[in-house]
Design a protein around this ligand. Structure first.
Ligand code: ZN
Length: 147
């Protein structure tokens, strides 16, 4: 099995069985995101204490890439410090937008999304959850749109 097959399997798996899918009973930060280009919609719920993301859930409807990306992101940021998550977001953004950039090892399973950079229209599908997470952390009331 080559790397492209492995990455495809990770995306298929996270789309079929998204992790941390649903709502938190008592979230203290939430944000909604929308990618009109594809029709992806996302609602993120966070339990943040100080600079720690204690818990995260998400709901939404979207394409396989947007759902898998949100699922992978939720696993990657749960239990992490906000500063680490912002650093991770910068690495993910580089991975999705810079064709020649090597994928840093710290991205772990998130590397499965690296193939998306060959398809510019899908980059917004993969990055929607990260922009929405950022808005939730910043406590912004207005919904996020990738347009
Ligand atoms: Zn999409």
């Amino acid at each position: 099995m080559d790397l492209a097959d492995l990455y495809r399997d990770v995306i298929v798996d996270h789309n079929k069985r998204p992790r941390n899918f649903g709502r938190l009973e008592h979230p203290n930060r939430t944000a909604e995101g929308h990618n009109p280009l594809c029709g992806d919609k996302l609602h993120i719920f966070l339990d943040v204490e100080g600079d720690l993301i204690r818990d995260i859930r998400f709901e939404g409807r979207g394409c396989a890439i947007s759902t898998a990306s949100a699922s992978l992101m939720s696993e990657a940021v749960k239990g992490r410090r906000v500063a680490d998550v912002q650093h991770l977001f910068a690495s993910v953004h580089d991975m999705l937008t810079r064709h020649d950039a090597p994928v840093p090892a710290e991205l772990g399973k998130l590397a499965a999304l690296s193939g998306v950079r060959e398809y510019p229209a899908r980059v917004k599908c993969a990055s929607l959850c990260w922009h929405t997470l950022n808005a939730a952390l910043a406590d912004e009331a207005a919904p996020v749109t990738t347009e």
